[in-house]
Design a protein. Structure first.
Length: 94
């Protein structure tokens, strides 16, 4: 048991106590909080173009792509390369 910032006790591990309810911190919940466009920026050091509120286009710098053929969707957490037809979620981008 550990004492958390809310003044409550919780089991040490993957759960934390938050105002009377236990919240999980599994991998899927952590990935859901991360925007795929932020991961893209960190990996490529390139700024993608915004095409709509949740969608962006970027260059595939890993294959020396010169066009904006990589689609990024922050709300769905997905990417797709229209040249190679590769794509997937955050872990697939990494």
């Amino acid at each position: 048991m550990i004492h958390n910032q809310h003044g409550s006790w919780a089991e040490k591990g993957t759960k934390s106590w938050n105002g009377g309810r236990v919240m999980g911190t599994g991998a899927s919940e952590i990935l859901a909080r991360i925007r795929i466009s932020d991961v893209f920026r960190a990996l490529t050091q390139a700024e993608p173009r915004r095409t709509s509120p949740d969608s962006l286009r970027g260059q595939a710098v890993w294959r020396n792509g010169d066009g904006f053929s990589v689609s990024l969707n922050d709300s769905r957490g997905l990417w797709h390369d229209f040249v190679t037809h590769d794509g997937g979620g955050i872990l697939d981008l990494i």
